[in-house]
Design a protein around this ligand. Structure first.
Ligand code: SF4
Ligand code: SF4
Length: 350
């Protein structure tokens, strides 16, 4: 097989990404993840129950981060329509979903974002409602300045990426000036009570490594972030989630460009943890694409791998029974979720 090293600089399609992930490589085969699951008695991987609906409101974003697995940016036009949102609301109204996790792109850039949040709250005042806010959106345009107040009024949990507590590392991953704007936005959230003890308003930060390495222990990093953000900026937050970069999209391009793909995959494979495998987020989550199609997770969504339940591939055709008994589609990118202490949108899993 031709070496993958430095072969690609810009991936042209999700098919090409899947080809790479399915390639036999020295030391591991294209279906290595499935074999590991088999050894752990977890293959085929099945859901436990569907508790979380993660909804991608669109790929438009005010940032263009280096490792974005969504390949989001200001020029992306894919956006969820109000009609598809209404189909999501039908599912929320009629099923026992306990968490709605809104993501993008920058979900707040969808013109119907606020309408959708209010509709969800009208259906269920207690449901956990998370927004993955990139922080800088709050300052991007006056029309977003009141987002912290809007979040508070709708009892939204805020989850925000902050690659590091210094400007240099944050800006190198997310763009010039992002760190300063993120700090300003965090202060505005703190003013509303977010991340402040006793307020009940949750502000979690998300850390992902800036290169081809796995995150350090979540608890140690959280303590360090808390100390540095408090000492240097007076900022408080609730928890830090560490996330392992999965080898897809812009991060896969980076791995190939920097000749790190094989070494990174080897690291993930040798760190396979069966406990983390049993707790992967696709077992209790369904990911909804901007156009309403359903996926096992956000990563499979980016690889255009729809759920295997053929009668329930779109939100309008939601079939709880079929989705709960489906087989989750796994490929070698899944090693990113099962390495070490595990990785999910809510941090470690083991
Ligand atoms: S803020 Fe998030 S969605 Fe936007 S480019 Fe960065 S990683 Fe992607
Ligand atoms: S990448 Fe998706 S499908 Fe694979 S283990 Fe992780 S959450 Fe599950």
């Amino acid at each position: 097989m031709k070496s993958l090293k430095a072969q690609h600089h810009r991936l042209s399609s999700s098919e090409e990404e899947i080809q790479i992930l399915e390639s036999d490589m020295p030391g591991f085969s294209g279906d290595r993840f499935a074999s590991e699951l088999e050894n752990s008695n977890l293959f085929p991987l099945k859901p436990t129950q569907i508790e979380v609906l993660q909804i991608n409101l669109g790929k438009m974003c005010n940032q263009v981060c280096k490792h974005c697995h969504v390949d989001a940016g200001p020029d992306r036009k894919e956006i969820m329509t109000r009609e598809t949102m209404k189909e999501c609301l039908e599912v929320i109204r009629n099923h026992e979903i306990n968490t709605i996790d809104l993501t993008g792109g920058a979900p707040e850039m969808n013109p119907d974002f606020r309408w959708f949040v209010e509709q969800v709250r009208a259906i269920d005042s207690e449901i956990t409602l998370i927004v993955r806010c990139n922080l800088t959106i709050i300052l991007a345009n006056p029309k977003y300045h009141d987002l912290p107040e809007f979040f508070k009024n709708n009892k939204i949990e805020v989850a925000s990426s902050l690659p590091y507590f210094t400007a240099m590392k944050t800006d190198s991953q997310r763009g010039d000036g992002v760190f300063d704007k993120s700090i300003k936005a965090l202060k505005l959230l703190n003013v509303q009570g977010y991340g402040v003890e006793g307020s009940g308003l949750i502000l979690n930060l998300v850390y992902n490594p800036s290169g081809a390495f796995m995150p350090a222990a979540q608890s140690g990093l959280e303590a360090e972030f808390k100390k540095r953000l408090s000492d240097n900026f007076g900022i408080t937050f609730n928890s830090l989630f560490t996330i392992t970069n999965l080898p897809i999209s812009r991060f896969l391009e980076y791995l190939l460009r920097s000749n790190n793909y094989e070494a990174y995959m080897e690291k993930l494979i040798e760190s396979y943890n069966p406990v983390a495998a049993a707790g992967v987020m696709c077992r209790n989550t369904i990911s909804v694409g901007w156009d309403g199609y359903l996926y096992d997770c956000d990563f499979n969504q980016m690889l255009e791998l729809k759920v295997s339940s053929e009668d329930s591939q779109h939100i309008r055709d939601w079939n709880q029974q079929s989705l709960t008994s489906r087989e989750i589609i796994v490929k070698n990118h899944c090693f990113g979720c099962t390495a070490g202490a595990g990785s999910s949108c809510g941090g470690t899993t083991a």
